[in-house]
Every structure is written in C-alpha cells, then in structure tokens.
Design a protein around this ligand. Structure first.
Ligand SMILES: Nc1ncnc2c1ncn2[C@@H]1O[C@H](COP(=O)(O)OP(=O)(O)OP(=O)(O)O)[C@@H](O)[C@H]1O
Length: 353
C-alpha cells in the first residue's frame, strides 16, 4: 500500500500541476496538445499512457498500452491473472520504471512527478501493510504520523472520520490481526482516505474476500465515486466490473484489447440465458418463440442468446412455468461483458481466477 507522501518543497497538494505564470501556462497547453489534450489539473483525463511497456527478463508483461481514464469515472481494469494489471499499476504509481512509453497521472508525468502526484492519490496495492499487534485506530495514527503534510493537531479527528467512513468505528480498538480479510482491506482503504484524494487506485480490492466482504468493498467504492473521486480498480472478475464500474479497459497477455464505457463494451453482445429443466423440448420451443437464438439443448438444460430487445426475464420465467415447463434453474449464463471478452480474444475468461 502506498503511504501518504510528502509534497515536493514549495508545492502544496492543491497547487501542484497548475501553471503559475503565463509562460508556464503556454508551455502546459503546448505540452497538452502534444500529449493529446491533458492539461495539468484541468484535464478531463486523470490517467493517460502512451505505448507504455514493461519487459521483464523473458516476459513482455505490458505491451504498448494506450490507456485513458476519464475524470469522475469508476474505471475497471479487467484481465485474467497474469495479464499485466499489477505491472501497469506499479508503473502508474512510479514504483517501477517502464521499459518504454510514457504515463501521465493527474496531468503529470510518472515516475518523474511522483513526489507531487502521489499525495493526491490514494492507493491500495497488493493488500495493506498493517501492524497486527496494533489496533485499527493505532495503525491509522501511525500512517497519518508518517505524512509530514498531516497536521498532528487534527490527527485524531482525521483517523476517527476515516474509520467511520469505512465502517470500522466499532472495531477500531481491536488488534488488526483479529480483523477479517475484508476488515483489513477496509482499514487499508481508510489509510488511503486519510487525506482527500482526487484519484483512488485499488489493485484487486476484493481478492480473497467472502461475498459479504466483496459487497462491502463494492458499496464503499460506489460511495467514494458518488463523492466525485475517480476510482481506478483492477479486477479479474467480470461481474464486479459490470456491477461497479462506469468504464473499463480489458487486458489480455499484456495488451489492451478494448476500452470504453461498460455499456459500449457490452453492446453488441447480449448475454445468454440458461434454463434448467427436464422439459427441454418444450422450453426450447417457447424460448425460440420469444426470440432467443443459437439454442443449445443439453439433457436437462437449454441455453440461448437473448435478442437485441430481450423479453422481461421474470415474465419469460412465468410463461415457461405457465406452459407446464418444470423450471429448476433460470438465469443469465454469462455476462455480456464476458461475451465481448470472448469475442475479442477468442478465449474463455477464467472468472474463478
Ligand atoms: N518482477 C517480475 N519479474 C518477472 N516477471 C514478472 C514480474 N512481475 C510480473 N511478472 C510477469 O509479468 C506478467 C504480468 O504480471 P502481473 O502481475 O502484472 O499481472 P496481473 O494481471 O496483475 O496478474 P495478477 O492478478 O496475477 O497479479 C506475468 O507473466 C508475470 O509472471
């Protein structure tokens, strides 16, 4: 987890990136034109990369990435394990040097501007680094004390507010080692939220959590986004991206294969409906009559692609039952984003990861 970092001398977190003189402003505009329209703080793109690449010995982990993350989005960085997500995030946060290409975060080049950019970014990468023997509250007090820009007089209040924010106020005085994985993740998020942030970068924030823990983190991400924070989150879970994100980029084997709004990415593929029943023939007949295509009939199941204007699924289910079909299971087999992924890569998506 990236800890709060000091702003460069003479720069405060709020003024970083803003041109101070007319000459600087002109330079910023020229630079922005060269960089595709990202002008310091005023840009509507918070992360932009140009042919970003990272080569490890023998492995091209990230291969020519052109990423654009709009301000105010909840941006899902989607890809199977090993597709290059963590490597990209580490380059964006200035933790490792790219082999080639460039990255700008909040309008500033990384890793060169890391000292001025990172205080404006909250990051949770590869799980929070916590002291198990300290309480949640004392962990946060330590994080806050490590930030030279944080006023010690308001520390307690800041920590209290962050604990409240992530729903850990009641458990604040328990030792962190007694926390569930979900609570640890929330404590990590609280640490990232000690200061107001323009951008939150979360690497697989729900990894390893049980369904309840996942729901809590997703709800928190939605709340933060509703407050205007841009959230960039990586995940190998398609349904997570569909549930939480407004935008997404899809990675496969180090390459970006698509990016855009989730609606755009899902368009053109409509998802598949599966009906589990012993009455497959009758079910298939009725589903065909309701516009489903590509029907595949198994011993106890019928699967078909929904039409562009899908019928109301509850009504369709009632209709099947009304026609005497013994429906034992009814639901979407895979998400439309998954269909898109399969269409783009010709590969299945390992949702279990
Ligand atoms: N430090 C490293 N040295 C050598 N190879 C690495 C290193 N870090 C990552 N890789 C390789 O780069 C590729 C991309 O890994 P990366 O961790 O970025 O993927 P990921 O999409 O984040 O997957 P995961 O969710 O499993 O972390 C993989 O083949 C991985 O083995």
């Amino acid at each position: 987890m990236a800890q709060p970092q000091a702003a460069a001398p003479g720069e405060s977190a709020t003024t970083v990136g803003a041109p101070r003189t007319a000459a600087e402003a002109r330079a910023a505009v020229t630079e922005a034109a060269e960089q595709g329209g990202v002008a310091g703080d005023t840009g509507d793109v918070v992360i932009e990369t140009r042919r970003l690449a990272k080569q490890y010995r023998g492995t091209l982990a990230v291969d020519g990435l052109d990423l654009r993350v709009p301000r105010g989005s909840v941006f899902g960085f989607l890809g199977p394990n090993g597709s290059g997500k963590t490597t990209t995030i580490r380059m964006l946060m200035g933790l490792i040097q790219p082999t080639s290409g460039s990255a700008r975060v909040l309008g500033r080049p990384m890793p060169n501007a890391a000292r001025s950019v990172l205080p404006r970014v909250g990051a949770l990468i590869e799980g929070p680094a916590l002291y198990g023997f300290l309480s949640g509250r004392h962990n946060l007090l330590r994080f806050d004390a490590a930030d030279p820009t944080a006023d010690p007089r308001t520390r307690k209040a800041r920590v209290g507010a962050a604990l409240e924010r992530v729903g850990l106020a009641a458990a604040a005085d328990k030792k962190a080692r007694a926390y569930s994985l979900g609570m640890k993740q929330r404590l990590g998020l609280a640490a990232a939220l000690l200061q107001p942030r323009e951008l939150l970068v979360l690497d697989e924030p729900t990894n390893g959590l049980d369904p309840q823990g996942m729901r809590e983190i997703r709800a928190l991400v939605r709340e933060l986004a509703a407050d205007g924070t841009t959230v960039f989150l990586s995940s190998h879970l398609l349904d997570e991206i569909e549930q939480v994100c407004t935008h997404a980029a899809v990675m496969a084997r180090g390459r970006l294969i698509a990016q855009g709004t989730v609606a755009e990415l899902s368009a053109g593929s409509r998802g598949r409906l599966g009906v589990t029943t012993p009455d497959v023939a009758e079910a298939a007949r009725l589903l065909a009559a309701r516009g489903l295509t590509g029907l595949v009939t198994e011993e106890q199941k019928v699967i078909g692609e929904l039409p562009a204007e899908p019928p109301d699924l509850a009504e369709l289910n009632a209709e099947l039952v009304g026609a005497g079909v013994r429906v034992r299971g009814f639901g979407l087999e895979r998400t439309s984003l998954e269909d898109t992924f399969v269409a783009l890569t010709g590969e299945g998506f390992d949702v279990a990861g």
